[in-house]
Design a protein around this ligand. Sequence first.
Ligand code: PLP
Length: 480
Amino acid sequence: MNQHSVPLLEAARRYLDIDHAPFYMPGHKRGQGIDREFVDLLGETFFRLDLPEMPDLEEPVAEAEELAAAAYGSDHAWFLTNGSTCGVQAMLLANCQAGDKILIARNCHKSAFAGMILTGAVPIYLPTEYLSEFDLDLGVSPATLEAFLQQHPDAKAVLVVSPNYFGVCGEIEQLVAIAHAYNVPLLVDAAHGAHLGFHPDLPISALQAGADLVVQSTHKVAGSLTQSSILHLQGDRIAPEQVDRALQVLRSSSPNLLLLISLDVARRQMAIQGKGLLSETLRLAKEARSLLLQVSGLRTFDHIEVPTLDPTRLTLLVDQLGITGFEADIWLHSQLDVMAEMPTLNQLVFILSLGNTQADIDRLIFAFKQIAQDTQGKRNKKQEKLSPITNYQLPITNYQSNLSPREAYFAKSDRLPLEKAIGRISAESLCPYPPGIPLICIGEEITAEVVEMLQCILRSGGIINGASDESLETILVVKT
Ligand SMILES: Cc1ncc(COP(=O)(O)O)c(C=O)c1O
């Protein structure tokens, strides 16, 4: 296929020239009825292209999806305008009915837990490996998957995350081989992996490893607009009609044309220029790492054995500077004009992608030299004040949760003070955000350990998402 062609961008050019009386959605009618200040800010073209599904759009969308499948090496691709959230849920809905067992990595994003509420699937949680010294989740090991499949060969699918927020890809080829040996499809949430497969120095992509169904947030690391993602299918374990059917249920009936166009051009960019652009990103990442490692007190994952780490994802451990990741984050963006992707209690995660420049790296280095200088002297004193909790391994109270997420969602619930809820079944999922991985999953027993973790994160300036009571003073539990 000709990866230079961009069917949706070409369609957009044709639509720009149309001169007709618009009696269709959206109500602003190609910008004629929208707030003028907004038009002045974004320009006329943007609004002239905010169009509904035009009658002749079906063909360019299908062509653009075929081009994406060819570029990424899948058999079918679906453009999504509701992020990988929609893709993760579609993967579950396409494979599981109510009561079906699914083996699911405990480090999955909250969209997977929402997907289980929708489908009624019964999760068997796969524990992930954890490197406490670096507070780093390494994902599901092949040995774990093998052991769980031996015990649950009737599982309808396995769902794992690769890469995770820290860029850990794991031993994905082995996971694929194990799942397939049991004739179970491997579904991969590759929200952070839309660039993999386009450069030999990057880990292989989940599709290259042979995974069956893979969703990628093109918007997170490649060049498309926020909320645009691609769902890919390969092989014959899952029929494309199953995926189509699931997407019929989940997708908006008004996909945003600008998002679709952005997926088309991002695919062309990756297919044609990806290797060159990623070479520069990798160069910048290498430079940043080596200079940051010279800053006293800073650590990265560089010298540790991690199964396939994406080098474009940079995590800095700031604990030895005597500050939390949350404090460093505020410092960086309020005083040093640097914005990280994700703070945690001990770390800051930076996404380096084809949009970053040498100037960005220079600022990052300068900022950390400054922080290291300013924290000198205060370090020992501060460290004493840090939380006594240093181990944030995802808690698994029970591999098979007491109630399925769907049962817990629809069960009658009580609101209890958080401390009094220990030992009860949670009726909601609570996740530090980002990364959006629930510390308490809906349907799971609430433990003292997890309550302490949540309170510590909140006290340290983290954000907890999903809680019906944002203060975390109370929590919804399933009525007994
Ligand atoms: C691992 C993972 N999966 C899925 C998602 C959801 O992706 P999206 O924001 O594209 O809906 C995220 C979002 O951060 C994520 O980190």
